[in-house]
Write a new protein. Structure first.
Length: 103
């Protein structure tokens, strides 16, 4: 199945503690159906000091379920993603505006 949300997409959080926040997807794990979004669902993790890195309380972005994310269209509104064939390529498009997301 093709991925509706990909790395680099600008998304908005639909539910949970961070509802309404926007960010960019930094990584997607299709097996667990989760994504890590920059600036969303930040947790403080205590890390032990090593020779290469400083220890202490470090903020870390935690995975969020893909069902709680929606792509942001050109108008800044959340939209669903559809697929269509343009020429000989399968492309994603925003359902609200009909604009092609990736050419």
């Amino acid at each position: 199945m093709a991925a509706k949300l990909r790395k680099g997409d600008k998304v908005i959080v639909l539910s949970g503690k961070d509802k309404g926040k926007t960010g960019t997807i930094s990584s997607v794990d299709p097996k667990s159906n989760k994504a890590i979004v920059d600036g969303v669902k930040i947790a403080i993790r205590a890390t032990r000091q090593t020779q290469t890195s400083q220890g202490g309380r470090i903020p870390k972005a935690m995975p969020i379920d893909l069902s709680n994310l929606a792509l942001v269209d050109a108008n800044g509104k959340p939209t669903r993603v559809g697929f269509k064939i343009e020429g000989d390529k399968k492309v994603r498009f925003a359902k609200t505006t009909g604009d092609v997301i990736d050419a």
